[in-house]
Design a protein around this ligand. Structure first.
Ligand SMILES: C[S@@+](CC[C@H](N)C(=O)[O-])C[C@H]1O[C@@H](n2cnc3c(N)ncnc32)[C@H](O)[C@@H]1O
Length: 273
């Protein structure tokens, strides 16, 4: 097993940037290193072998990105967060807008946007909301579009849904086929899936609520600043931003343009342009 050093990581991220226009140069070094190490071990490559594969085989890039990014997710992750969404945040948005837009930035395999669709359906407003679900990793987004997950994942998802205190049972929304939970496709009728790179991509719409949970944790401070600036630009004034429970905005340059709405659940509101 070859140990990777910082110079190797720089060579890898520089090659990906120059050749494929993906910018991992400001990802948090420790997790980037772990992921690259994992790929090298998995593929039984050396650092030079990986560089050569990336350079000579363009079709390898999607597989590489899929392994590099951390796609772990679950439905109704942090159930108390979803209760606050249902009881405080969505009702607050509804006070001013009967129709509104939500962006799931870094949607991974879609469990988060599916949870939101179920929440909105149970509130009777699914058809009034435009949902955008984006990710850098096109392979994982294909899974999101299918809304079909191994049945073994449903135990945790169901547990979360019960703690969220949903209106029925999670199984009301899917049928079991060949060991898979196949969710009702109507839930995703208002979801626009698109590839969107948070680092190099430009703001593409304006939103009332942005969820970017467990994504910025992989970025260094410079990148967190840049991405927060883009979220700020992508939100209507008084729009909401939710990040992951282990993340924080307080060190970011744009933090003073937001107020904390819920510190436990890491929900912020844009108060200044
Ligand atoms: C751990 S998952 C988070 C999924 C979900 N938001 C949640 O909290 O359960 C992180 C996702 O961020 C995506 N991601 C990482 N860097 C990105 C970037 N620069 N632009 C867009 N998405 C990115 C990854 O592909 C991955 O699917």
């Amino acid at each position: 097993m070859q140990d990777i050093d910082i110079v190797d990581l720089k060579r890898i991220s520089e090659l990906i940037y120059q050749k494929y226009n993906y910018d991992f140069r400001n990802y948090a070094m420790s997790s980037f290193k772990r992921r690259v190490q994992r790929i090298i071990d998995l593929k039984k490559l050396t650092v030079d072998g990986l560089l050569k594969r990336l350079n000579d085989t363009p079709s390898f890039i999607n597989e590489f990105l899929d392994e590099l990014t951390v796609n772990v997710t679950e439905m109704f992750r942090d159930p108390s967060f979803w209760r606050v969404m249902r009881e405080e945040i969505i009702p607050a948005i509804l006070l001013n807008h009967k129709q509104f837009k939500i962006w799931h930035a870094g949607c991974s395999s879609g469990e988060e946007v599916l949870s939101m669709a179920i929440l909105l359906k149970e509130m009777g407003i699914l058809n009034s909301v435009q949902l955008y679900a984006t990710d850098l990793d096109v392979n994982i987004m294909e899974r999101a579009k299918m809304a079909t997950y191994p049945i073994k994942n449903m135990e945790l998802n169901e547990k979360n849904y019960i703690r969220f205190q949903g209106a029925g049972a999670l199984s009301d929304y899917y049928k079991e086929e060949n060991g898979m939970a196949v969710f009702n496709k109507d839930l995703l009728a208002n979801v626009n899936f698109r590839k969107q790179d948070l680092v190099l991509g430009e703001p593409f719409n304006k939103f009332d609520l942005i969820l970017c949970r467990n994504v910025m944790i992989y970025f260094n401070q410079t990148l967190q600043n840049e991405v927060l600036k883009k979220f700020h630009e992508s939100l209507f004034k008084y729009g909401y931003l939710a990040i992951g429970s282990k993340e924080s905005l307080i060190w970011c340059d744009y933090a003073n343009r937001f107020i904390v709405v819920n510190n436990e659940e890491k929900i912020y509101k844009k108060i200044k342009d």
